[in-house]
Write a protein of this length. Structure first.
Length: 202
């Protein structure tokens, strides 16, 4: 519980700094000198000092959505047919109030929920948010907050994305924070609920 609280404090610190810097130019965002807790795969803590800037995004998958949606009253003619499963990946920009989320939906025959999908959609989202600049201007630090799922997030595709973004000089530092198992409630979950309510009404 203490480790989860420390990790939540880290996530809130990143989000707060990003919110304070939201109106600064991409290349001029400030650095803050601080102490932070680095959480590695086996959930041990190491206190380090370093400087950081702050873009911060929370990423997660929603529960699968079926297409079409009939609720509890599926027509008799297609009662035994299987609906199409739609995967929805969300990226919540926590640098703004209220929090806004990019949601990417695709059918099960178009892709799964593996590391390749996660890394590709994160890069796509960073471009759409305007955080990746093609003019050679590098952002200072990017923090990506993910849950603890090994198949989706803790894999070579996602972990290698971080040094790739740095090597391409798109960011000077990329930090990935994995929420501790059992404490993965995040900013995307509330927005997913709102998205599903709108979908079911339509």
């Amino acid at each position: 519980m203490e480790e989860a609280q420390q990790q939540r404090s880290l996530a809130r610190l990143r989000q707060q700094t990003a919110m304070e810097d939201v109106d600064q130019p991409h290349e001029n965002r400030r650095f803050v000198f601080c102490s932070m807790f680095v959480f590695l795969n086996f959930m041990f803590t190491n206190v380090v000092n370093f400087t950081f800037y702050s873009y911060c995004v929370v990423c997660d998958y929603s529960q699968n959505v079926e297409l079409p949606h009939f609720g509890a009253e599926q027509p008799q003619d297609i009662y035994y047919f299987s609906a199409i499963t739609v995967n929805i990946f969300g990226m919540a920009d926590v640098t703004k109030t209220p929090t806004k989320m990019l949601a990417y939906g695709y059918r099960e025959d178009q892709g799964g929920k593996g590391g390749n999908n996660v890394a590709s959609l994160i890069i796509k989202g960073l471009k759409e948010l305007g955080w990746i600049k093609e003019d050679g201007q590098a952002g200072k630090q990017l923090t990506i907050i993910l849950d603890n799922c090994g198949g989706q997030n803790k894999n070579n595709y996602v972990l290698r994305m971080a040094p790739w973004l740095v090597e391409r000089k798109l960011f000077k530092k990329v930090e990935i924070v994995f929420y501790i198992r059992g404490h993965t409630k995040n900013a995307c979950d509330r927005l997913f609920n709102q998205l599903k309510l709108l979908y079911h009404k339509r």
